[in-house]
Write a protein that binds this ligand. Structure first.
Ligand SMILES: [Zn+2]
Length: 281
């Protein structure tokens, strides 16, 4: 019988017959797994207040021979993230994030870097005042980690750099992002190149520094629509918690709102375009 000890985030739990519980985990060493916690609803010794959503656990799992599902033998609470549960806005974004992890990662596909990124995102969410830009950047950074990254600063077809001075440029979900004047067909939605540059910077910068993007609410809304279209095309499913996020977080909470400003960020031409990946949280 194979035994594993790994850190794990609780994605969802379901009560089963008797006093068992089915637990969906995103683990550091095994990727996403489902496991049965036998007697979880009565054993405070093996599961002392641990099996709640968002909890970070030190988990012991076994993979019994001929069984179709793993068994969670015991779990210790490493970090509870209770601030995510006590604030509706934080809770909504955290649910959104956990849904992405649950639906876009493969079972038993270990990705320790993604796991550490996930813990970092929950750390940030536990401390930050939640807003729509934070939700958008969590979505975009996470999907970038999972391989769905739109081209925002170079033509998705020929690779030509798109400067903020380009004004409005075509964005093609089908082609994978922005397309230059030579490659464009004129049939796609036109968006400010400066907004795309700001989003690129948002993917690269720590979430805590997002106010530096100086994106006004209309720009955030435009970016939401753009990226939703991109992800719908490439990922193909709607996130159930998206409506919850939008209903919970009104635009009056978006950072750095400036009356009268449209979509262009103030420092649009200053975005660095080095080879840095979407790594920082
Ligand atoms: Zn081109």
């Amino acid at each position: 019988m194979l035994e594993f000890r790994t850190r794990a985030l609780v994605l969802r739990t379901f009560d089963l017959a008797e006093s068992d519980r089915l637990v969906h985990l995103y683990t550091e060493d095994l990727g996403r797994v489902s496991a049965i916690a036998k007697g979880a609803r009565r054993s405070q010794r093996r599961f002392p207040g641990t099996l709640e959503i968002f909890n970070l656990l030190d988990a012991q799992l076994v993979d019994p021979p001929h069984a179709s599902i793993m068994r969670l033998e015991s779990a210790c609470l490493e970090r509870p993230f209770e601030r995510l549960v006590n604030d509706l806005g934080r809770y909504a974004i955290a649910c959104y994030f956990i849904e992405i992890l649950g639906r876009f990662t493969g079972e038993h596909e270990a990705d320790p870097e993604l796991f550490r990124f996930a813990v970092g995102v929950l750390d940030v969410l536990a401390e930050e005042v939640p807003d729509r830009l934070l939700a958008l950047l969590v979505l975009t950074k996470t999907l970038a980690h999972l391989g769905y990254r739109p081209q925002l600063i170079a033509c998705a077809i020929c690779g030509a750099s798109i400067s903020a001075a380009a004004g409005r440029v075509e964005f093609s979900a089908r082609q994978g992002g922005v397309v230059c004047g030579s490659c464009g067909t004129g049939e796609e939605a036109a968006v400010p190149a400066a907004l795309l540059r700001a989003l690129e910077e948002g993917i690269r910068m720590p979430l805590r520094e997002r106010a530096r993007l100086a994106l006004a609410p209309p720009a955030v809304r435009r970016a939401e629509l753009l990226l939703e279209r991109f992800f719908r095309y490439h990922v193909g499913i709607e996130l159930r918690s998206s409506a919850f996020v939008h209903a919970t977080l009104g635009f009056e909470q978006v950072d750095a709102a400036r009356p009268g400003e449209d979509t262009a960020p103030a420092r649009d031409a200053m975005v660095a375009c080095g080879p840095e990946p979407a790594g920082r949280i």
